[in-house]
Design a protein around this ligand. Structure first.
Ligand code: GTP
Ligand code: SPV
Ligand code: MN
Length: 592
């Protein structure tokens, strides 16, 4: 059993800080081998080949899905685990009512006990990565130590991983330390701990998604949001999409919707046939880092380089770009397979599942064939609508910020906030039905401010203050909107067709930014009037549009009460600006 590197890798000599930390972790976890990842294509291919030989990855049909593999996670390990995710700050109040908290010393002790000797018989992988373009001053680096080869493969697709990242760390000396082990996958011994004050993450007992790919939610949101507050920027759960109009002008939007509420779909939308000359460019599908620019605008980079996207529901009609993207070089997690080895999921118009996501012979009595949170991992460059601007070191200028949620009732199709601070209230008031992206009940409405409930690395009250302050410094702040694609009629049918047709709403948003689209003023903000939204050629049910654009005073009275009660949980730390905006909104509602 080796506790020092088997071979003195040349990578180990690039950063003394990383090498020292790897040695320290090896003394604790006692791996058999240490592998420094260089991030090269041959390394990636060799690891895939090896995992397939070990039976951990299942090669899919090479004729229909070249370079694609299926991975089945442990059936108890299929989603993020919010109830055991902690933010461990010195002061409990800094983590806020929105986070589970544990004192750092106790948390380290508890985690180190779990990590002690946990890599015996296993390989310790050192995964240096850069979140954001490798040459961007806005990017930040980290190193994940993991004993999961599946995690390494995912990190290779999701981040700029390997030698260039390590070289940047060698120059800068600063990096986020992420320690991960799948452990024994015992849900009782599963914890995701964050130490923002020491740029450290410790994750044990899960091999899945946001629990284990530490560059993603742990680093790029929880740790980064803390850093962003200190440094004057924002780390957000937002897609970034460019919308090019027929005149060749491109507006970029940053949109925050909770997990499994449509970010990936909107980021790669295909406009309706009537939108000749309009083009959609995907910059990011899950996370945005937003920085004030010298010109008074807000600029966004996507810290990721791949997609970890929801599979069910993806087809030619709903999301042709994603459908094309995942036909090759994709890792599928927890989908079903057909007899001829093609991946299968609910929402595909053809094919039949032979084996379900757990590898059992498919039986509808066992529930869906593909897990509702089954995912694809694929490089962003595979996407037909991939934007070259994703590589721009300075990011892209943001015209509008769009919040949204999944709500059967209450929230209209779209409305615009009156100004930045009102927009922060709109974001703070976001509520959404829970989804399969996290363990626990599905379909329960909860407050999910800025779609960051599971991801803000500090007290939401401080976070909203930071938002308000940042906006006040922007001379050309983005306009703020709220959308809801998920309104239903009393029979449970969606009132709005969604997907590509969401383009019609995006168009109104852009034209509001340009000052050319009309709106009516209501208590909750500006809504499109009946003729302001382009619904030409759209087959909407009778009365659907009226319902989608209605602001019912009684319903909104209750909604404002609920938002007030929620904000009260943050006590004195809540910024006065939010209280004022809410009081104004209630007065406007009372006056109608
Ligand atoms: P995370 O990766 O968990 O952050 O999710 P996401 O926000 O990227 O959600 P995604 O785009 O993967 O969509 C989640 C689910 O919502 C999928 O099953 C989609 O088919 C469905 N969906 C997306 N957009 C729409 C829409 O406009 N209307 C309706 N009805 N469903 C949608
Ligand atoms: C989400 O849950 O918001 C995701 C998937 O994007 S995960 O990577 O598991 O966080
Ligand atoms: Mn997400």
């Amino acid at each position: 059993m080796a506790t020092v590197p088997d071979r003195l890798d040349d990578l180990a000599s690039i950063s003394r800080e990383v090498a020292a930390w790897v040695a320290e972790v090896a003394r604790l976890t006692l791996p058999d081998r240490i592998h420094w990842c260089d991030g090269s294509e041959p390394e990636f291919q060799e690891m895939q080949r090896q995992l397939a030989a070990d039976g951990e990855l299942i090669p899919l049909n090479e004729a229909t899905h070249p370079g694609c593999y299926l991975y089945r996670s442990d059936p108890s390990d299929v989603a993020r685990v919010e109830h055991v995710t902690y933010v461990c700050t010195k002061e409990r109040e800094d983590a806020g009512p929105n986070n589970h908290w544990m004192a750092p010393a106790q948390a380290h002790r508890q985690m180190d006990d779990l990590f002690r000797g946990c890599m015996r018989g296993r390989t310790l992988y050192v995964v240096p990565y850069c979140m954001g373009p490798i040459d961007s001053p806005l990017s930040r680096c980290g190193v994940e130590i993991t004993d999961s080869a599946y995690v390494v493969l995912n990190m290779r697709l999701m981040t700029r991983m390997g030698r260039p990242a390590l070289e940047r760390i060698g120059r800068e000396g600063v990096f986020v330390k992420g320690l991960h082990s799948t452990g024994d996958l015992n849900p009782e011994r599963r914890f995701i701990m964050h130490f923002p004050e020491s740029l450290t993450i410790k994750s044990f007992g899960s091999g899945y998604g946001g629990n284990a790919l530490l560059g993603k939610k742990c680093h790029a949101l929880r740790i980064a949001s803390w850093q962003a507050r200190d440094e004057g920027w924002l780390a957000e759960h937002m897609l970034i999409v460019g919308i090019e109009n027929p005149r060749g002008e491109t507006h970029y939007l940053a949109c925050a919707f909770p997990s499994a509420c449509g970010k990936t779909n909107l980021a790669m939308l295909i406009p309706p046939a009537s939108y000749q000359g309009w083009k959609i460019w995907t910059v990011g599908d899950d996370i945005a880092w937003l920085h004030p620019g010298a010109d008074g605008r807000l600029y966004a980079i996507n810290p990721e380089s791949g997609y970890f996207g929801v599979v069910p529901g993806t087809n030619q009609k709903t999301n042709r770009n994603a459908f094309e993207t995942i036909r090759r070089d994709t890792i599928f997690t927890n989908v079903a397979v057909t007899t001829d080895g093609r991946p299968w999921w609910e929402g595909l118009p053809d094919g039949e599942p032979a084996y379900d996501w757990q590898g059992r012979a498919y039986d509808p009595a066992n529930g869906p064939a593909a897990h509702p949170n089954s995912r694809f991992t694929v490089a962003a460059t595979r996407n037909p609508s991939y934007s070259r601007a994703s590589e721009a070191p300075g990011g892209v200028p943001i015209s509008a910020i769009v919040f949204g949620g999944r709500r059967r009732t209450v929230a209209p199709l779209v409305y615009q906030a009156r100004n930045w601070t009102h927009g922060v209230l709109v974001g703070a008031g976001v509520a959404s039905e829970t989804t399969a992206a996290a363990t626990g009940a599905v379909g329960v409405v909860r407050r999910d401010p800025m779609a960051m409930k599971p991801f803000a690395g500090y007290n939401f009250a401080d976070y909203w203050s930071h938002w308000i302050k940042l906006g006040s410094k922007l001379e050309r702040a983005p306009r703020i909107f709220h959308v809801n694609w998920f309104r239903q009629n009393e029979r449970g049918q969606f009132l709005w067709p969604g997907f590509g047709e969401n383009m019609r709403v995006l168009r109104w948003i852009i034209e509001r930014c340009e000052g050319t689209a009309g709106a009516v003023d209501t208590a909750i903000g500006h809504l499109p009037g009946p003729r302001d939204l382009d619904i030409q050629g759209l087959d909407l049910a009778r009365g659907a549009l009226e319902e989608l654009l209605a602001v019912d005073p009684a319903t909104w009275g209750e909604e404002f009460d609920a938002i007030a009660a929620y904000l009260d949980e943050y006590g004195d730390r809540l910024p006065q600006g939010l209280r004022r905006e809410l009081a104004d909104a209630r007065n406007r509602l009372a006056a109608t």
